[in-house]
Design a protein around this ligand. Sequence first.
Ligand code: PLP
Length: 287
Amino acid sequence: QVIYLNGEYVSKENAKISVFDHGFLYGDGIFEGIRIYNGNIFKCKEHLDRLYDSAKSIMLDIPLSYTEMEQALIETIRRNEFRDGYIRLVVSRGPGNLGLDPTRCPKAWVIIIVEQLAIYSEEAYRDGLVSVSVVQRRNIPDALNPKIKSLNYLNNILVKIQANLAGVGEAIMLNAQGYVAEGSSDNIFIIKKGVVYTPPCYIGALEGITRAAIMELCDKLGYKLKEEPFTLHDVYVADEVFFTGTAAEVIAVREVDGRQIGAGKAGTITTHLLEEFRKIVDVDGVK
Ligand code: PLP
């Protein structure tokens, strides 16, 4: 496995960062999770746009231009000889001193890791996941804006711990007002009477790239879509529920907090959206 580390291609064993790195000390940095399908970087532009927007928002200077970053991604994939997999792109504030002042960090560090992906089984896509809601609340825009894909994932990790304790694959996070926000690392959709709903991002959700792709597909396939706040009650009584994410793609939910969703398996619209999503993944990317 070859890892891109600040302009160099190094082995996994030699890919090391400083203990003074502010990404490590403070979670001061940003990241992207990107898919490679059939040798293509899926939605490369969208991921890089989100990365550079996150960087601007936290005043982080990425030491590579947009084109250089794209080239670094392509070269890392080439050196790993991957056709399908997952890219983790991390930009940390870089090494500084022990104080949290980012101006003490002269140069941001760029790390690109390419790996195989352990995704859900085909059975899970057909049968749907069991999910639970958790007590952790998603931060809302006047705190750390959820549009920033920062290295501060402790809240999401607490959600994942709750999911593990409940023995489920993904959990549902609400915002401070009790509206459904998203999962630990996925956006959420529900379907009621043929209408597809997803929370607007101001509720407290990442502007997911898979979410956007599904919204586009709904439009193309003629499903009515509403970006509207909803509550757990709406989830419990929905005909279909599914999560979307770079790793998860489109995964149905068959049960939430002990309530069966619809017929208790992946619903027809969810299945249709997953099928159509899989048709676009290897054509809609950068070679
Ligand atoms: N929400 C959170 C908190 C995430 O970390 C992710 C994964 O990146 C998502 C949603 C899904 O976003 P995307 O479809 O861009 O992977």
